[in-house]
Design a binder for this molecule. Structure first.
Ligand code: IVH
Length: 694
């Protein structure tokens, strides 16, 4: 698993002093309003470097050093905490976790038999003080000893009720954050107000929590992760809160109407063994990219009150808990340039060229910038430090510039005035700019896509051959391929009798491809291979697809309200091409699928019964190289097979995966499936299971 990330290397006392100053400034900015010149990773690296230097040069330690201090020594707020709000020590990877657990068990003198494993929520720690069941005061963590009163935010935080169910006096500790939706709404409000946006949900939550006189209100979310009885209180509740396991206390908090992570896919669990802890860590890590809120790790705690008391605290953190850090999904790096490319549908897309940065386990050099309006909205400039986000399988994207790191050397981004591919005019009437030639601009790219192995699979039709046909005026789109004559092909240079006959036979075979592949070949914006299969299975015929309005298209699984109208528009634009295909005798039906029935009947009710199919209801992932009967199938063909047999093909293993088909050299997906207890079969066994569909 992951290793400890590197630390900054400090050469001398001067470099050390500079590093301390930078860390102190960053911590102050971070705890003040969530902005910082350094992302979390860079800050941690810096502090580790400072620590290493101090160990080697104890005489040089500066009093302002952030090491060993809560919140890096940033002092904010004047409301003393009843019990200090501490930090958590970190581990990176399972080996370090095992070392930490072994050390703790040695200290306790006995094994730990109950671990609480929960998400590390990526927001801000807050203390919520309830008196007789009423929310009386909200205090930030500040420097851990005292925080700032932010009670003005009461009433704007989902999950933190003004009143508890029982009239009890307790202090809740938890995380205030913004969900993805809340973040988007907050950005839109700020955009409308002053034309700027927030860098990320965390800083948006920090800024919002402290903001008092904003003319707009942004909603926040709270998740509790701990409860403290008032000190000196020996009521029955207080005694119970001191004695119950952490997991039971969290169940009690939920009964009081306070939000916990219990209802989320990453709910806290109690693990009896370290092995089970490791499994839950893998499950939470796997669920991360799909969560509606940010997490930056997993917190592992002793569940039993007795263990916690025995383990105690260091000056910075409890000894009974540890944060298992996940790789960063967001980092700051430099925007070096912007490239403009015209895609096969004629869309002109800007792409950011970045100083390479490691994000969620891979090195990112390019990131999407969506469109011109987006660049303008974000006020990006070449040379800017930018926040880049990437998690799971998502395409890396540039979120925002870090305006306070500007040096004055930044340059405006040059916006193209003509199509970067053909030099013709740009249609800028829509948010996504497009070459006025539309698909015609990069006809060659559209045709290469349409005839590829995963679409019409016309063997022997390489890109240079397509170019030759385009130049000779024989074709202008892929439908023209179906009306090519033997004579026309023979007249082309380097085209002999045998290759001509082979190509004509391949074109003839392509006419019988299922609708899913024909539809995919059209290259409808927003629909790739798997969406094309879903569309084809849902509608069964091209006529039914063309007759559908946006609402009907939206019935297809995974088709959101934004994509559906685009598909409708695209089908109108593609109508002449589709007509040509129909006229050429290309198949327009999906084998085994039934068209949705008359109005008022839900398509799922009208569809053929799927329950008896061998993979009905199963989410299947394929990994490694296939052998035996499946040896010749591409990944796309495997996915088609899975779906013909009633299953759902997906590319990544998660807690929702039902079956993993693991061939030779299966790597991380197999390991993940094993840790999640997902059923694993080899290609031979799978081939037998779906033999009727091969
Ligand atoms: S328990 C004594 N549980 O992480 C500190 N903290 O890096 C006990 N955090 O300040 C904290 N999720 O703001 C705990 N499930 C969780 C958490 C969590 C996020 C935050 C918390 C803390 C910080 C430490």
């Amino acid at each position: 698993m992951t290793e400890t990330p590197p630390s900054a290397v400090l050469a001398d006392d001067a470099a050390y002093a500079e590093a301390v100053q930078l860390a102190v400034d960053s911590a102050a900015a971070y705890y003040a309003d969530g902005t910082s010149a350094l992302d979390d990773d860079a800050y941690d690296r810096l502090v580790r470097g400072i620590q290493a230097y101090e160990e080697a040069h104890p005489e040089a330690v500066l009093p302002s050093s952030p090491t060993g201090k809560v919140a890096g020594g940033a002092v904010v707020g004047d409301v003393p905490h009843t019990v200090p709000m501490l930090s958590l020590d970190n581990v990176f990877g399972t080996d370090q976790l095992a070392d930490w657990a072994a050390g703790l068990e040695r200290r306790l003198g006995h094994p730990v038999t109950a671990w609480s494993v929960e998400p590390k929520l990526d927001g801000l720690a807050i203390s919520a003080r309830y008196r007789h069941g009423r929310l009386a005061q909200l205090v930030t963590r500040g420097d851990g000893a005292a925080g700032e009163d932010v009670s003005h935010a009461i009433g704007t935080i989902v999950g933190l009720p003004d009143r508890l169910v029982d009239p009890v006096t307790v202090e809740l500790r938890g995380e205030v954050m913004m969900t993805t939706t809340q973040f988007e709404e907050a950005c839109a409000k700020r955009q409308a107000h002053d034309g700027t946006t927030f860098a990320n949900p965390r800083s948006a939550a920090a800024g919002t929590l402290r903001a008092q006189d904003r003319p707009y209100v942004c909603e926040l979310t709270f998740f509790a992760y701990g409860v403290l009885p008032p000190s000196g209180d020996d009521s029955e509740l207080a005694v119970r809160l001191r004695e119950l396991p952490h997991s039971e206390i969290m169940r009690w908090v939920a009964t009081q109407g306070v939000q916990t992570t219990a209802a989320t896919p990453v709910a806290g669990i109690v693990a009896e063994t370290l092995e089970r802890v490791g499994e839950r860590v893998a499950e939470i890590a796997a669920a991360r990219a799909g969560l509606p809120f940010g997490i930056d790790g997993i917190v592992i705690k002793c569940d039993l009150a007795g263990d916690q008391v025995e383990a105690g605290f260091s000056s910075r953190a409890p000894r009974w808990a540890i944060a298992y850090k996940l790789p960063a999904t967001e980092k700051i790096t430099k925007l070096l340039a912007v490239e403009w490319n015209t895609g096969r549908t004629g869309i002109i897309a800007p792409r950011a060229v970045l100083e390479p940065v490691e994000l969620d386990g891979s090195v990112v050099t390019y990131a999407t910038l969506h469109n011109v309006a987006d660049i303008t909205r974000r006020g990006l400039m070449i040379g800017d430090n930018v926040v880049v986000y990437k998690a799971g399988d998502v395409i890396p994207r540039v979120e925002s510039p870090v305006v306070h790191l500007r040096t004055g050397e930044e340059q405006p981004i040059a916006i193209p005035e003509v199509c970067p591919s053909c030099g013709d005019a740009i249609d800028s009437s829509q948010e996504r700019w497009r070459c006025v030639r539309g698909r015609g601009c990069r006809a060659i790219a559209s045709i290469v896509y349409a005839v590829g192995r995963d679409t019409l699979d016309i063997e022997g039709l390489a890109e240079n051959r397509i170019k030759q046909m385009l130049d000779a005026g024989l074709i202008s789109d892929f439908a023209d391929l179906f009306t090519l004559t033997r004579e026309q092909l023979l007249a082309l240079e380097r085209m002999g009798e045998t290759s001509t006959d082979n190509l004509l036979a391949a074109i003839e075979r392509a006419k019988r491809q299922p609708l899913s592949r024909v539809f995919c070949a059209l290259g409808v914006r927003g629909t790739g291979r798997s969406m094309s299969r879903r569309v084809a299975r849902h509608f069964a015929t091209m006529d039914a697809i063309r007759a559908a309005d946006a609402e009907a298209i939206q019935q297809v699984e995974g088709m959101g309200p934004e994509k559906a109208p685009v598909v409708v528009d695209e089908l109108i634009e593609l109508a002449p091409l589709i007509d040509k295909l129909v006229a050429a005798g290309v198949n327009m039906t999906e084998p085994g699928a039934t068209p949705p029935a008359a109005e008022g009947v839900r398509p799922s009710e009208a569809a053929a019964p799927v329950a008896e199919l061998p993979l009905a209801g199963l989410a299947v992932v394929v990994t490694g190289s296939m052998t035996g009967k499946l040896g010749t199938l591409s990944r796309n063909e495997m996915n088609e097979l899975i779906e013909r047999a009633g299953g759902k093909a997906s590319s990544s293993v998660s807690a929702k995966t039902s079956l993993l088909v693991a061939g030779d050299k299966a790597g991380s997906k197999r390991a993940k499936a094993e840790s999640l207890g997902v059923r694993i079969v080899d290609p031979e066994e799978f081939a037998t299971q779906v033999s009727a569909f091969l």
